[in-house]
Design a binder for this molecule. Structure first.
Ligand code: GDP
Ligand code: MN
Ligand code: MN
Length: 248
């Protein structure tokens, strides 16, 4: 059986302002069907919800000042990064933190790009809830059952180059669980779990671009349904890399 997927960057969305109804704007630009998946850049969710901070309002504390001296960044920016963090894994050469939803990212995912000068964009504090809200709003307005993924562009350990990652999702599971399936030779798979939401987010990020493309949402049609679970973040006792970092 051949499977083909269509992937469409949603063009023509305005510069998003606080209070905008993102699901409404998106469905005006694209006709949805049951089973479609919509990826939305966390940046525009934060703009619509007002998850932004003015640098002029921020007074950096001692830790932010100390880190900023080493990294050469604006201490007020680092203060926002620390305000967003529930755990700091490393401080330099870049600040790597965990944010409250469980996501680990460089500078807590705080962005100073694609926003007016002096303002920074923070990640939505509960991206799973944002994805649920958007999926429900789409369902209410169109009657269609879609999957929704909230994305952010993230760096990776061990490899150069950023890719899109899923930080929230709704209507789908994060992981496709292959455990118990047999391979082409009849061997039972014991550990294979596939982070499908990240694979889709990666392709969405390709369509979005990073700069002035103006494509904050991407539509997928034709991805075969999968089943699995949502436990994408390692439990502390499983996370060997993180434990090793903490010992450095
Ligand atoms: P992030 O990956 O969530 O941090 O977001 P990016 O800053 O990389 O932006 C992702 C995509 O959304 C790029 O194509 C940007 O040009 C676009 N984008 C960002 N903000 C807006 C906006 O307010 N309106 C529109 N139409 N596009 C935006
Ligand atoms: Mn970002
Ligand atoms: Mn991006």
């Amino acid at each position: 059986m051949h499977t083909s997927v269509t992937v469409t960057g949603i063009r023509g969305l305005p510069l998003i302002q606080k209070g905008d109804n993102l699901p409404g704007l998106i469905i005006d630009k694209c006709a949805l069907e049951d089973g479609d998946i919509i990826c939305i850049a966390s940046t525009v969710i934060s703009k619509a919800k007002g998850y932004t901070r003015h640098l002029k309002d921020i007074t950096p504390g001692d830790r932010a000042t100390r880190i900023a001296q080493k990294t050469g960044e604006d201490p007020r920016f680092i203060q926002v990064v620390l305000d967003q963090a529930c755990d700091v894994l490393i401080e330099t050469p870049f600040t790597l933190t965990e944010v409250s939803c469980g996501h680990v990212g460089v500078r807590s995912g705080v962005d100073a790009s694609n926003v007016e000068d002096g303002l920074v964009i923070t990640l939505p504090p509960d991206p799973m809830k944002e994805a649920d809200e958007i999926r429900e709003e789409i369902k209410n307005r169109t009657g269609k059952e879609c999957g929704v993924i909230v994305t952010d562009t993230c760096g990776r350990s061990f490899r150069r180059g950023q890719t899109g990652h899923a930080i929230g999702w709704s209507g789908i599971t994060a992981i496709r669980d292959f455990r118990g399936d047999s391979d082409l030779f009849g061997h039972i798979l014991e550990i294979t779990e596939e982070a499908v939401v990240d694979e889709i987010a990666g392709f969405a990020n390709l369509m979005m671009g990073e700069s002035n493309n103006g494509v904050p949402a991407v539509h997928f049609r034709g991805i075969p349904a999968w089943t699995g679970h949502d436990t994408i973040y390692f439990r502390p006792e499983e996370d060997v890399i993180r434990s090793a970092l903490k010992k450095v």
